[in-house]
Design a binder for this molecule. Structure first.
Ligand code: FAD
Ligand code: NAD
Length: 443
């Protein structure tokens, strides 16, 4: 007999499990189909794995900043760092799977394909549901060039047993800059190839410049306006042909030119689910063109950043919708984002670019981090932030480049999301002296 569910999820990442667990705990009959590791990208080959490798890098920078208060060399050992990352990451699929099954979710292992508006088939077995949620995420884009097979992606990098002496990274996004930071700190000679003249295009460019300058000062070669046209294997490594005519010789190539939605081989065309190259088309209830089929997480075609916080918010929204707590459209809060470079760049809400285009609506306040006595404690000698206020002097946006940018933006988040005015801010009395007090003290 065909197994029937109230809700059936395709994929088990944050777009699924943050909502599926509480939904099942409320007595809803939930099934989750997963083709790979339970938990999806973020825990297994994304955020968690990356931050485990980055933690010693950030600490190394912090210690170096305290020279000559603290002296002595710290050396990053790639093999030990990788082993530590694996020890932190490897239990996660079982842990997340355990939380799902303990809450009553049926886990179905295999690749799912929609066969009609209420059915998903896995290896010949049909599962039916009142509602289906497609949360299949993204996969790495590969440059369509001769020698494509020699290109690697972020998942390959996160499992490299030894770090290449020379690493070439193509792209100027999150992955390119974060992995350049980690590899450089571990002793690899890194070349970053940008096809345009900008990196991290959605961030405030003077702050991006600070990150690129810092990488350059640490020995990373940043090459702009250069497209890679072919890769060939040589006796000792690889050679990249480029649009400028200057070849690059290297030991390993990371193609970090973006990620594309997993919409192929899902049966979307057969069942009539509309999608574009940017992902599955949804309405303001995350419902696709087929009313019984919804989508969540990175696979959605959306303007919000494709991040774990966005996927968690969407998954939680669908839980409330399916449980009957709400019938309202999804109302995204300001979603913060951070690039884990060293220094970090973080931002939330109205961007500097938007604020500068509308001087009648916004006021910008610029702060230089080393001017704050608290930041001098950790000898932060560089860094800046911009706070953006509306005409009623509510904080509506913020961006910072500094070692502590992520914590600063997290601290400011409630003020932005809940539109705190002077009365509410007066009642927020953070621990002193802390980064929270430093951040809120600027408002
Ligand atoms: C290297 C890297 C670092 C990142 N770092 C950060 C970070 O620091 N902070 C942050 O906020 N975000 C980060 N992200 C982004 C974050 O990982 C994603 O936004 C998040 O994982 C999206 O969750 P999701 O559930 O939409 O998709 P995923 O987590 O990708 O889950 C989709 C799941 O669907 C499964 N699947 C696909 N097709 C099928 C099928 N047909 N049948 C069954 N299962 C299927 C896949 O196997 C996968 O497990 C990072 C991403 C990468 C690649
Ligand atoms: N800290 C974080 O939150 C974090 C970290 C890593 C990844 N992510 C997420 O993972 C996803 C993928 O990250 P990403 O860095 O791969 O993508 P991205 O979109 O951030 O960057 C892609 C880069 O590749 C460049 N590019 C595109 N086509 C190119 C071409 N043909 N030749 C050369 N360069 C080209 C772009 O200009 C851009 O610089 C994003 O959705 C991001 O949100 C987030």
């Amino acid at each position: 007999m065909t197994q029937h569910y109230d809700i059936l999820y395709l994929g088990s990442g944050h777009g699924t499990f943050d909502g599926a667990i509480p939904l099942a705990q409320r007595g809803v009959h939930v099934g989750v189909i997963e083709a790979g590791l339970i938990g999806g990208t973020c825990p297994n080959r994304g955020c968690n794995a990356k931050i485990a490798l980055d933690a010693p890098v950030a600490l190394q920078r912090q210690l170096a900043a305290l020279n000559p208060v603290l002296t002595g060399q710290t050396q990053l050992h790639w093999g030990a760092n990788l082993a530590h990352k694996d020890a932190v990451i490897q239990p996660l699929p079982d842990m997340i799977g355990g939380l799902l099954t303990a809450s009553g979710v049926d886990l179905i292992h295999g690749r799912g394909r929609l066969t009609d508006a209420h059915t998903v088939t896995v290896a010949g077995t049909a599962y039916t549901a009142d509602k289906i949620v497609v949360a299949t995420g993204l996969h790495a884009h590969r440059l369509a060039i001769p020698g494509q097979k020699w290109l690697h992606d972020s998942t390959d990098f996160l499992a490299l047993p030894t770090l290449p002496a020379h690493l070439t990274i193509i792209g100027g996004g999150y992955i390119a800059l974060e992995f350049a930071t980690i590899a450089n700190a571990a002793g690899s000679d890194v070349t970053l190839l940008l096809h345009g003249d900008q990196a991290l295009r959605d961030f405030y460019q003077p702050f991006v410049r600070q990150v690129l300058d810092d990488l350059t000062a640490r020995g990373v070669t940043v090459v702009t306006n250069t497209a890679v046209t072919a890769v060939t294997q040589t006796a000792t490594g690889y050679q990249l042909a480029t649009s400028t005519g200057t070849p690059v010789t290297t030991d390993w190539v990371l193609d970090a030119t973006g990620r594309v939605p997993n919409t192929a081989d899902l049966g979307l065309d057969e069942v009539g689910v509309a999608y574009t190259p940017a992902g599955i088309t949804v309405n303001d209830h995350l419902q696709t063109s087929v009313p019984s089929i919804y989508a969540a997480g990175d696979v959605i075609d959306k303007s919000q950043p494709r991040l774990t916080p966005t996927a968690i918010f969407e998954s939680t929204y669908l839980m409330h919708l399916f449980a009957g707590d709400t019938t309202a459209a999804i109302d995204y809060p300001a979603i913060p984002t951070v690039v884990f470079t060293s220094p970090r760049i973080a931002q939330v809400g109205v961007t500097v670019a938007t604020a500068e285009q509308h001087p009648d609506q916004y006021t910008l306040v610029k702060n230089h981090i080393p001017d704050d006595w608290y930041r001098q404690v950790g000898q932060e000698t560089s860094g800046d932030n911009v706070l953006i206020f509306d005409q009623a002097h509510h904080l509506v946006g913020a961006t910072e480049v500094s070692a502590q940018a992520a914590d600063v933006i997290n601290t400011l988040l409630p003020a932005i999301v809940f539109q705190y005015g002077p009365a509410e801010l007066e009642r927020l009395v953070p621990l002193f002296p802390t980064i929270g007090a430093s951040a809120l003290g600027e408002l």
